[in-house]
Design a binder for this molecule. Structure first.
Ligand code: URA
Length: 434
């Protein structure tokens, strides 16, 4: 198949033959499709859309462009994926909690993207911990510990790796079809039997409006199902960080506090329960999502999730005593400064993008791919919407590498918090798409 014919069909809105999309994915993986051809495909897909059948076919073709894991285990192989937000440490808690409930979790996670944090960057703030495992090593880890969280290796969906890089530099990231195929090709290549998607919506999310979030959630659920993987999506609030911290080691600390005492971060725990409950029910390990949520909470409260977490961290090269002594192992920033509240009032809104960019400005995220991350920096004790604040009380704590960086973050955050006379906390789980 000549890629020019595929691109012409897409340009004209004609049906896209499955075979042509399979050849595109193969050509992306082996280099026989050029950057120009792939860029033209991506732009045409952005402008015309692939249609549901085209989106499913592209997802399957990209999944099959590399290794697809096959499992023979005594429990279901499950996963969760989030479309990206702030203070979202759910994966760190949910992967071991699901393992403690009898599931197996080969979580292929991402790095920070745009203003949002990434699970791989968070995990790598743990000294010695590795995330660069190939497919076979990932299978060994999951068989032994029940869960592993790793970066996508070159073997997994190589067509996506190439197309993603081309989209990133050609202004073609923002296509629901391409985002869906990109996320799901990697997830489905892990050979999972059910998936729950957390589609974030709000000022700190890529999808700022409910209608955009709904469209993406439907695309993800329909495409995953079309490719044979039962999937539910929850549309969840990202108008403020999920947990009151944004930054890599700071979010690992939040996950450790939560595993030790689930009541310490209620929103983070509520969402972990809700997402875990959905995927346990999809897999038949729970009768209903509510029963599954109770299983997740029980795994946390009993300490079984922490045991799994400790085993997972140790197997991936982290310290043996991390679960007990995480405070001594995690890097800490030398400068911690409050961001004082300028006036009395109730916190009514948080500009999530501004918070995410402030973390990047502190060195906690990347501006370009080659940037090195400082895992210690970021924001903690971020005030929650609905909180009543007095003048001078901290809106958050800034963790910085030096005084100049702390002052720059203070300036960057000046307009990020809106105060009013009254405010209602946002609803955490806004919609369920099944
Ligand atoms: N995450 C991905 O893996 N791919 C996208 O296109 C967007 C988010």
């Amino acid at each position: 198949m000549d890629i020019r014919r595929l691109n012409a069909a897409l340009r004209e809105g004609a049906p896209l033959p499955k075979r042509a999309l399979a050849e595109l994915a193969r050509g992306l993986a082996d280099g026989s499709v050029s950057d120009a051809q792939a860029g033209a495909f991506a732009m045409a897909a952005c402008l015309r859309g692939l249609g549901e059948a085209g989106r499913v076919a592209l997802t399957q073709a990209m999944r099959d462009s590399g290794t697809v894991l096959r499992w023979d285990l005594p429990g279901p192989v499950l996963d969760k994926h989030s479309t990206g937000g702030l203070g979202d440490a759910v994966s760190l808690i949910l992967a071991p909690a699901l393992a403690a409930c009898g599931a197996y979790v080969p979580m292929i996670a991402g790095r920070g993207l745009g203003h949002t944090g990434g699970t791989i960057d968070k995990l790598e703030s743990i000294p010695g911990l590795r995330t660069d495992f190939g497919a076979e090593a990932l299978q060994d880890l999951v068989r032994a510990q029940g869960a592993a969280i790793v970066a996508a290796s070159a073997e997994i969906a190589p067509a996506d790796r190439r197309l993603y890089a081309i989209r990133d530099v050609s202004g073609t990231v923002e296509s629901i079809d391409l985002i869906t195929a990109s996320i799901l090709s990697k997830k489905l290549a892990a050979g999972i039997s059910a998936l729950v998607m957390d589609v974030k919506c709000g000022t700190g999310a890529f999808m700022a409006t409910p209608s955009d979030a709904r469209q993406l959630a439907h695309a993800l659920v329909d495409t995953a199902r079309g490719a044979g993987c039962p999937t539910v999506a929850l549309i969840t609030d990202m108008n403020q960080p999920l947990a009151p911290a944004a930054g890599n080691a700071l979010e690992v600390a939040v996950a450790m506090q939560t595993l030790a005492r689930p009541s310490s971060h209620p929103a983070l725990v509520a969402l972990t329960e809700a997402l875990g409950g959905e995927v346990l029910a999809l897999a038949g390990l729970a009768r209903r999502p509510g029963d599954g949520a109770a299983m997740i909470l029980q795994a946390m409260e009993s300490g079984r999730a922490t045991e799994r977490f400790a085993a997972m961290i140790n197997a991936q090269g982290g310290p043996r005593d991390f679960a007990e002594n995480w405070r001594t192992h995690l890097p800490a920033a030398p400068v911690i400064r409050p961001l004082p509240c300028p006036q009395a009032g109730v916190l009514a809104a948080v500009d999530g993008r501004a918070l995410g960019h402030a973390v990047i400005g502190l060195g906690g995220g990347r501006r370009v791919e080659s940037d090195h991350i400082n895992p210690a920096v970021g924001l903690s004790e971020i005030a929650r919407i609905g909180a009543r604040l007095e003048p001078g009380e901290p809106l958050c704590l800034i963790h910085a590498a030096d005084e100049a960086a702390a002052m720059a973050a203070q300036a960057a955050l000046a307009g990020a918090f809106t105060l009013a006379d009254a405010a209602l906390p946002p609803l955490l789980v806004q919609e369920r798409i099944a």
